[in-house]
Design a protein around this ligand. Structure first.
Ligand code: AHM
Ligand code: MG
Length: 340
């Protein structure tokens, strides 16, 4: 308990490595492996930050010839980010397998003795890269359930959102930040470029209970479900601001600081929603719940949505608790019109 209190007292400006080390005791399995994994992801994040910052200078912007498993054209930086993250996790030795948005199946790292698996969106919002808008990496970490010494299995990745042992994101923006949780609150670390090090900059992050911003692609308004349309009408009546970057990490991050809600419903173009449960929705839902926010698909908390495929999609509503609760009332009344 004393160590925990000491760790909580770490001041703004503490280096990420030191912070991770001091918080190791909070993990159920305080073996240092999870700490090493977080350091590996942070290292890959620093490398990616460098690539993104000079994207305009070298020939890595624009579309590659390849398509990812969802049929989308991959950006060159998508490919680069994917390679960097997988390499860092492979070399680090703690992850026995990785799933990413860019690869169809499980990637086995060869570390059969590793106790963890990692799911990633290596470069979320990458269509924004050509125009210097913020993008991010999202990660989610599970302790494997398959026997150590064997290859990881699908089961390791399909444990459900509540089984995550850590989750986070790196936002590559006007400054770059690493934000993560291991289930004991959410902290943010800002990258000091000249030192090449992340330092604690925001302790115990919390969504404001109620916000006045909503983030959604209103170009799809005519295709939105009735509940979403009426929620948005309500936002407009209250003169809430519409702020949509089109990079989930950046929109989520802004809403966590300013108070707001992000909405990506199912529409005919994306009948199950656009966002992926395993490496986009679960990890940000874990962070949201740890930061006094809420995440749902309109039916149940995102972390409780059962998963049976690694690239499964879902509708996603995440943000300030009272805003998400207001939205859920619309779903409730739509199902119980006699009560409306
Ligand atoms: P991506 O992982 O292929 O980048 O797709 C996810 C992104 C989110 O970052 C963003 O919020 C959303 O897709 C934007 O979609 P749209 O262009 O349909 O508004
Ligand atoms: Mg992506």
């Amino acid at each position: 308990m004393k160590e925990l209190m000491d760790a909580l007292a770490l001041p703004v400006g503490t280096a990420l490595d030191r912070f991770i080390k001091r918080h190791e005791k909070e993990f159920t399995y305080a073996s240092g492996e999870l700490s090493q994994l977080l350091r590996d992801i942070a290292l890959a994040g620093k490398i990616l930050n460098r690539e993104i910052n000079r994207a305009g200078l070298i020939d890595i912007i624009g579309a590659d010839d390849e398509r990812n498993p969802h049929g989308e054209v991959q950006q060159k930086l998508d490919v680069i980010a994917n390679i960097r993250m997988i390499r860092a996790l492979t070399n680090g030795g703690e992850a026995c397998a990785v799933v990413t948005e860019e690869d169809e199946g499980i990637i086995h790292t060869g570390n059969v003795n590793g106790n963890y698996v990692v799911a990633l969106d290596p470069l979320d919002g990458s269509s924004n890269i050509d125009v210097n808008v913020s993008v991010g990496t999202i990660f989610s970490i599970y302790r494997r359930v398959s026997p150590v010494g064997t290859e990881a299995t699908l089961e390791d990745f399909l444990q459900g959102g509540r089984a995550q042992v850590a989750a986070g994101y790196i936002l590559y923006g006007s400054s770059s930040l690493l934000v993560y949780t291991t289930g004991n609150g959410v902290n943010a670390f800002t990258l000091e470029n000249s030192l090449g090090e992340f330092f604690l900059s925001h302790k115990r992050l919390k969504f404001p209970q109620l916000g006045e911003q909503y983030s959604t692609n209103e170009g799809y308004y005519n295709s939105f479900p009735t509940q979403i349309k009426s929620y948005l009408t309500n936002c407009k009546l209250k003169e809430f601001s519409n702020r949509y970057i089109g990079s989930l990490v950046a929109d989520f991050h802004r809403n966590m600081f300013k108070g707001g809600i992000y909405l990506y419903p199912q529409i005919p173009k994306y009948p199950e929603g656009k966002l992926r449960l395993l490496y986009e929705c679960y990890p940000l839902a874990f962070i949201a719940e740890q930061a006094n926010g809420m995440a749902t698909n309109g039916v149940q908390p995102t972390l409780d949505i059962p998963i049976d495929a690694i690239h499964q999609k879902c509708p996603y509503y995440v943000g300030s608790k009272d805003m998400v609760k207001n939205l859920l009332q619309n779903f409730y009344f739509a199902n119980n019109p006699q009560l409306a």
